[in-house]
Unconditional design. Structure first.
Length: 146
């Protein structure tokens, strides 16, 4: 496993939010942003917003994967919808590369609706990458317009 703290793992997840265009609205261990409120009875690590679309982010450890109730948490969080517009809320799951296969098996055992809303983010010391068929890859070009 990597030698990063929980705060650094959430920082990696937040970087991935930014790469997908989501602005962080709430996050754990943040200095200026408030902590996210629980979704149902489950704690989340980050909440992001892109126009009128929302995303939830969680970082998963090996203990979480060994918990028998974890699959219920995944199913619940992956099937969330916004309150008024009833749009799907994407669930980003940050995980260590060593645990990817175990998480992938859990995601495949979920309902089709839940599995479609889940994006898996591999957390490394150097970079984070997404593993998903549903993500459109975009390149952001920042140009100096002076």
């Amino acid at each position: 496993m990597n030698n990063l703290s929980n705060r650094e793992y959430i920082d990696e997840l937040i970087k991935h939010f930014w790469l997908n265009g989501y602005m962080t609205v709430r996050r754990k261990y943040g200095t200026y942003l408030p902590e996210p409120t629980p979704v149902g009875k489950y704690d989340v690590d980050a909440v992001g917003r892109f126009n009128k679309k929302f995303a939830i982010g969680i970082v998963v450890s090996e203990d979480d994967l060994n918990d028998k109730k974890f699959i219920l948490k995944l199913e619940f969080l992956a099937t969330r919808h916004t309150k008024f517009s009833n749009k799907r809320v994407i669930l980003f799951i940050g995980i260590h590369p060593e645990l990817f296969n175990k998480l992938k098996l859990l995601v495949e055992s979920l309902s089709a609706e839940a599995a479609k809303n889940i994006k898996i983010v591999l957390l490394n010391d150097k970079t984070s990458s997404t593993v998903s068929n549903n993500v459109n890859k975009k390149e952001f070009n920042f140009r100096n317009f002076s």
